[in-house]
Design a protein around this ligand. Structure first.
Ligand code: NAP
Ligand code: F7E
Length: 330
């Protein structure tokens, strides 16, 4: 039985990746952080926590001793470094912590990996945010595009990406980067724009609120589904040659178009409810992302299964269900 070790296991991607690897017959170990509200702890792991092949361990990417202890105890075959302060807007407010977790955290992982389990394969959760302002003449970003980040989050992820490539070459490690474009799901944090729009639109539909305030509605994102993207992570780490791959839908939509899709599904017109509030604007914005994932599609035989509309509708159905259940238990 293969053993996987996943940091950030209680996050959106960590929870779906755990489910996917357990289905494939893996023993799955994950790093979780202590949370002061024990009842709310790691609720995304409800589907796996009772599985006999699933193990959660306390640790932190900024605590080297915890990483060393876990790699020594687990001796994994595959290491997925998904843990991060993952909110771009928040990274302007907590830049130092973002760098500690998202950049130095990667070095902490790589050092422990090199010394304790160098036989393992390593996956780093790199991000399209690294491309920042770069758009190629054909309108895409791809593996060869220049990295030009515009946030503390993006800068920290560029460091993580480069240090993984350096350890791969210098120490002959099977260390890989998945450069993932935005991906969402019902498990997405509700302070990211897709789930914020869906949750609030469902509240409007149910008469629980009457307005939605957003920041920049004219930025474009390439939005895929987390379930499709965790399949890609497994393909990236298991490719014969350690390499870097962009994972994307190859489509882009503005925040405004996304609002239109969501409100229309609920028989509403977003223009009646949505306004812009400068408090949600960023000091510097990344205006446009559209990923070229041709390399992953041809080399790894990966492609997404969800359309943008299917994903947004699934998120709406989820929130309608949750909010109606809350209302009926009042
Ligand atoms: P997420 O839901 O925010 O999950 C991140 C996880 O990292 C959380 O479980 C969090 O723990 C954990 N974490 C934060 N700081 C940590 C630390 N110091 N030590 C250990 N764990 C820590 O993010 P996601 O959407 O699943 O994304 C997974 C990874 O992919 C992240 O690295 C993100 O930056 C990257 N990424 C995401 C996207 C996307 O669109 N989703 C795109 C490209 C790259 P708590 O639960 O305790 O907060
Ligand atoms: O913003 C705009 C905002 O916070 C998307 C992370 O997973 O993907 C994610 O980062 C766009 C931006 O995601 C609001 O200005 C407008 O242009 O959902 P988001 P993100 O910043 O693209 C990358 C690839 C990652 O790696 C990150 O970990 O939407 N926007 N109004 C808003 N965004 C938010 N959050 N809230 C608003 O009210």
């Amino acid at each position: 039985m293969k053993k996987a070790f996943i940091t950030g296991i209680a996050g959106q991607d960590g929870s779906y990746l755990s489910e996917y690897l357990l289905e494939l017959g893996y023993e799955v170990h994950g790093m979780v952080r202590r949370n002061s509200v024990a009842e709310n702890q790691q609720s995304r792991l409800n589907a796996v926590r009772l599985n006999p092949n699933f193990f959660a361990h306390y640790g932190d990417l900024t605590d080297q001793t915890s990483i060393e202890r876990l790699l020594t105890e687990i001796n994994p075959d595959e290491i997925y470094n998904l843990g991060a302060q993952s909110h771009v807007r928040v990274s302007f407010d907590v830049p130092q912590y973002t760098v500690q977790a998202n950049a130095l955290g990667v070095i902490n992982m790589l050092e422990a990996y090199k010394r304790i389990s160098p036989q393992a394969k390593f996956y780093q959760a790199s991000s399209s945010e690294m491309f920042g302002l770069t758009v190629e003449d054909d309108g895409y970003q791809r593996e060869t595009s220049v990295m030009n980040p515009v946030s503390p989050y993006g800068c920290a992820k560029v460091f993580g990406y480069n240090i993984v490539r350096h350890y791969r070459r210098a120490y002959n490690l099977h260390a890989t980067n998945g450069i993932l474009f935005n991906h969402e799901s019902p498990r997405r944090g509700s302070n990211f724009v897709t789930n914020k729009v869906v949750k609030t639109a469902c509240q409007i539909k149910l008469g629980l609120t009457d307005k939605l305030e957003l920041g920049n509605m004219d930025s474009y994102r390439d939005w895929g589904h987390s379930k499709d993207y965790v399949r890609a992570m497994h393909k990236v780490i298991n490719h014969d040659e350690a390499d870097d791959f962009c994972i994307s839908t190859m489509e882009t939509h503005s925040v405004r178009e996304m609002c239109d899709v969501v409100f229309k599904y609920l028989d509403l017109d977003y223009k009646d409810y949505v306004s812009q509030n400068p408090i949600y604007m960023r000091p510097e914005e990344l205006p446009y992302l559209k990923g070229d994932s041709t390399k992953a599609r041809t080399t790894l035989d990966w492609k997404p299964t969800y359309t943008f509309e299917e994903m947004m509708h699934e998120m709406c159905d989820h929130w309608l269900d949750v909010l109606q259940n809350i209302e009926s238990t009042r």
